[in-house]
Write a protein that binds this ligand. Structure first.
Ligand SMILES: [Zn+2]
Ligand SMILES: [Zn+2]
Length: 74
């Protein structure tokens, strides 16, 4: 029996309260919490609510952050 497909979040040890969250949605700064804060004007979901307080440039594209919008996933 060959098992060549694994859920990507399994080996990342995602918090159990975010079971369906993929690694691409994790905060790029702390990698501990979901990156639910929408950075404008680049529109990247890149940081969590904690890291958003100290974020001046987007960690994904390095453009300056002018505005941050909280989004709701669950
Ligand atoms: Zn964070
Ligand atoms: Zn960006």
């Amino acid at each position: 029996m060959a098992r060549n497909q694994q859920p990507p979040f399994q080996r990342l040890g995602a918090p159990s309260n975010f079971p369906a969250l993929s690694s691409s949605l994790m905060c790029l700064t702390c990698k501990q919490r979901p990156g639910i804060m929408l950075l404008l004007p680049c529109s990247h979901l890149a940081v969590c609510d904690q890291c958003a307080r100290t974020t001046e440039t987007c960690p994904r594209c390095t453009r300056p952050v002018m505005c941050i919008v909280r989004t709701v996933i669950l």
